[in-house]
Design a protein around this ligand. Structure first.
Ligand SMILES: [Fe+2]
Length: 176
C-alpha cells in the first residue's frame, strides 16, 4: 500500500484552512521535533510526523469584539477533540490505512490535557512524543501560534521531512 505523504496531507485545502488559524510554522516545527523524537524512541516516524503536523487542526477562533479572547478559549476549547476528528476524516479521505488514521487521531486527541478533567493520563510512546514535540515549540502567551513561515520554505521543509520519513519508514516493522 502506497504511503500517504506529508505533502499530500499538508497541501490539502482542509489542512491549509485550519492550520492557518493555529500557525503553519508551529505545525511544521512540531513535526520536525516529532521526527527526531520518533527516531530516538523507536516510534514510527510516519505516524509521529503526521500527528504532529495536524495536532492543532481543530482550533476554533475565539474572538470577542474582533479581539482574541484567551479566557473564552481556556474555558470552552476542545481543539484536541475536533482536531482528532478532522485529521481522521482527512487522512481516511487521502487513503490512509484505518489503523494508522486511528493511531494518529488518538495522538492528537491526547496531545494536551487542558480540556480534560483532572487525572493522570496514560499515554503510549507515540502519544507522548507528539505532546513533547508540541511543548518543545511552545512560546509564552501562545506566541508560537503566530509565528510566520514563507510558503516556499514551508513546502521545502515538508518535502525534506517526507524524504527523511521514507528513509526510516521501511526499517520500522511495528505500527507504534
Ligand atoms: Fe500546538
Amino acid at each position: 500500500m502506497k504511503r500517504v505523504t506529508l505533502m499530500e496531507v499538508f497541501t490539502h485545502p482542509i489542512t491549509q484552512k485550519y492550520l492557518k488559524r493555529s500557525g503553519i510554522a508551529h505545525a511544521i516545527k512540531t513535526a520536525d521535533h516529532a521526527f527526531r523524537l520518533a527516531i530516538a524512541f523507536n516510534v514510527n516516524p510516519d505516524l509521529a510526523t503526521k500527528a504532529a503536523l495536524l495536532h492543532d487542526i481543530g482550533h476554533y477562533e475565539w474572538y470577542t469584539d474582533g479581539k482574541w479572547d484567551y479566557e473564552k478559549y481556556r474555558k470552552n476549547d476542545i481543539h484536541a477533540i475536533k482536531g482528532a476528528n478532522r485529521a481522521h476524516k482527512l487522512l481516511i479521505r487521502l487513503g490512509e490505512k484505518p489503523e494508522a488514521a486511528k493511531q494518529i487521531a488518538l495522538a492528537i486527541l491526547l496531545h494536551t490535557d487542558s480540556y480534560l478533567p483532572d487525572g493522570n493520563l496514560k499515554q503510549n510512546p507515540l502519544q507522548r512524543i507528539v505532546r513533547l514535540a508540541d511543548e518543545l515549540d511552545e512560546e509564552p502567551g501562545g506566541m508560537h501560534h503566530y509565528r510566520q513561515i514563507d510558503e516556499k520554505l514551508a513546502l521545502k521543509k515538508i518535502r525534506t521531512l517526507d524524504k527523511k520519513v521514507e528513509k526510516y519508514y521501511s526499517q520500522l516493522k511495528s505500527i507504534v
